[in-house]
Design a protein around this ligand. Structure first.
Ligand SMILES: NC(=O)C1=CN([C@@H]2O[C@H](COP(=O)(O)OP(=O)(O)OC[C@H]3O[C@@H](n4cnc5c(N)ncnc54)[C@H](O)[C@@H]3O)[C@@H](O)[C@H]2O)[C@@H](O)CC1
Ligand SMILES: Nc1ncnc2c1ncn2[C@@H]1O[C@H](COP(=O)(O)OP(=O)(O)OP(=O)(O)O)[C@@H](O)[C@H]1O
Ligand SMILES: [Mg+2]
Length: 362
C-alpha cells in the first residue's frame, strides 16, 4: 500500500511552520520505509530503549520546546480532537484542554451538532466545530451527500494540524463512524499523526486497514480495548505472562503502528522493543484519565516529530513515553491533595506543574 504518494505536495507550499512539520514527518516516513523503524541508544537522551523502564524525564526535557519569543501562534502545536456526541461531551473536552494546558497553541474539537454548544460552554479556549452527524439526524437518501460534506469540513483544516486525536467520546453510531473512517483516510493521506483512542479503537479493531502500516498512528487501548484488539488480530486471549512479547507481536501484525497499552505500567511498542512507563500515578481510577493521556501524547508527538531530538529514534515512541509520564506525574500530584475525591479536572489542573517540575519555562 502506498501511503507516501503525497510527498510531493508539501514541496509546493511556502516554507511555513506547518510545512516544516510536514517535511519532518515525511522525512521520518521515508526513513521508516527505507530501513524499518530503527532504535539506537542516543547519548543526549541516555540509555532509553531497553526492554525496561524508559528514561521519561530525559525524553520530556529533550522534546519540550523552549519558549522562544521569535515563534508565532501555532508553532508550539495545533491539535484536533475528533469526538463528542450526545452521550459524551467530557471526553473530547478533557483531551483538547489537556493539549492546551501542556503547551499546544491551538486545540480544535470536531464533534456532533448536539455536543458542540456544551463543549463550547466548558471552555472558550477550544475551537469547536459542530460538523459530525449521527444516523438519527440524517435520512437514508441523504447519507452520501452528508458524509461528503462532513469530511470536507474537517479536510479543509487538515494540513494545519500537527496531530489528530480520534475517538474520545465519539460514540458508536455506524454513520458517524463511517464518516470518521473517511476523515482518518484523509489524515493519513496528509501524513498527519493520529492518536486512536476510545471509540475509534472500536472502529479500528473492526477496520484494521485504517491504520495498518501507518507509522504515524498511535493506538492507546485501555484494558477492554486491548483485549478486543488482541482477540481480533492475534486470535487469542491476553497473556500477561508474555505482556511484552504479545504487545510487540500485535504492533507488528498491524504493520508497525505504535501501541500504548494503558495499565499499571504503560507499555509502548512499535513492534520492535517494548518501553514501559511506571512513574507512580495513583490508586484512583476516575473516568477521563485516558482522555488526558490522548491529548498529552498528541502534543508530545507533534513536538517530537517537529524537532529532531534524536535522529535515529522513532519520534512516535518518544512522544508516547513523554505523554504517558507527564500524565502519570500529574495524576500523582492531584492525588496528593485530592485523595479519593480526585477528578479528571483536578488532574488537568496539575498538568502545568507536572511539566514545570521536569522542564521549567524560562
Ligand atoms: N466524561 C466523559 O465524557 C467520558 C467519556 N468516555 C468515553 O466513553 C466511551 C467508552 O469508553 P470506555 O473506556 O468506557 O470504553 P470500554 O470499551 O472500556 O467500555 C465501554 C462499555 O462498552 C462495553 N463494551 C465492551 N465491548 C463492547 C462491544 N464490542 N460493543 C459494545 N459495547 C462493548 C463495556 O462492557 C463497557 O461497559 C469512549 O468514547 C470514551 O472516550 C470515557 O473517556 C470516560 C469519560
Ligand atoms: N492500574 C493502574 N495503575 C496505575 N495507573 C494506571 C492503572 N490503570 C491505568 N492507569 C493509568 O491511567 C491512565 C488512563 O488509563 P485508563 O485505563 O484509565 O484509560 P481509559 O479507560 O481509556 O480512561 P478513560 O476513562 O479516559 O476512557 C493511563 O495513562 C494509565 O497509565
Ligand atoms: Mg478511554
Amino acid at each position: 500500500m502506498n501511503q507516501f504518494a503525497p510527498l510531493s505536495i508539501a514541496r509546493n507550499y511556502s516554507f511555513a511552520s506547518s510545512t516544516v512539520a510536514v517535511l519532518r514527518r515525511q522525512s521520518f516516513l521515508i526513513r521508516a520505509l527505507g530501513r524499518g523503524i530503527h532504535h539506537k541508544v542516543d547519548s543526549t537522551i541516555g540509555s532509553i530503549m531497553q526492554e525496561t523502564e524508559a528514561d521519561a524525564v530525559s525524553i520530556i526535557r529533550a522534546i519540550t520546546p523552549t519558549l522562544d519569543p521569535t515563534r508565532h501562534k501555532g508553532q508550539a502545536g495545533r491539535i484536533a480532537v475528533i469526538g463528542g456526541c450526545r452521550e459524551y461531551t467530557g471526553a473530547p473536552y478533557f483531551a483538547a484542554i489537556s493539549a492546551l494546558k501542556i503547551g499546544a497553541d491551538l486545540s480544535h474539537v470536531f464533534c456532533t451538532k448536539d455536543a458542540a454548544p456544551i463543549i463550547k460552554s466548558y471552555s472558550p479556549e477550544l475551537i469547536v466545530h459542530p460538523v459530525l452527524e449521527e444516523s438519527y439526524s440524517v435520512r437514508e437518501e441523504e447519507r452520501k451527500q452528508v458524509s461528503v460534506k462532513v469530511v470536507a469540513e474537517v479536510d479543509k483544516w487538515m494540513e494545519r494540524f500537527d496531530c489528530l486525536v480520534v475517538g474520545p467520546g465519539l460514540g458508536r453510531d455506524p454513520f458517524l463512524l463511517d464518516c470518521v473512517s473517511e476523515i482518518m483516510k484523509h489524515a493519513r493521506h496528509s501524513n498527519v499523526p493520529i492518536v486512536v483512542d476510545g471509540d475509534a479503537l472500536f472502529l479500528v479493531t473492526n477496520n484494521l486497514d485504517l491504520v495498518h502500516g501507518y507509522p504515524l498512528a498511535v493506538l492507546t487501548p485501555n484494558v477492554n480495548e486491548y483485549k478486543r484488539l488482541v482477540q481480533k488480530v492475534l486470535k487469542c486471549e491476553v497473556d500477561d505472562a508474555d505482556a511484552h512479547g504479545q504487545l510487540s507481536s500485535l504492533a507488528k501484525q498491524i504493520g508497525g503502528v505504535t501501541i500504548l497499552r494503558k495499565g499499571r505500567s504503560d507499555l509502548i511498542s512499535d513492534g520492535d522493543l517494548v518501553n514501559s512507563v511506571s512513574i507512580y500515578g495513583s490508586p484512583r481510577r476516575c473516568g477521563g484519565q485516558g482522555d488526558i493521556l490522548s491529548g498529552s501524547v498528541a502534543v508530545f508527538l507533534s513536538w517530537a516529530h517537529r524537532d529532531s531530538v534524536a535522529a535515529d529514534r522513532n519520534p512516535t515512541i518518544l512522544g508516547c513515553i513523554a505523554g504517558s509520564a507527564l500524565l502519570r506525574k500529574a495524576v500523582s500530584l492531584a492525588f496528593e491533595t485530592r485523595k479519593r475525591a480526585t477528578l479528571t479536572t483536578d488532574i488537568i489542573e496539575c498538568l502545568g506543574r507536572s511539566l514545570e517540575d521536569i522542564s521549567p519555562a524560562r
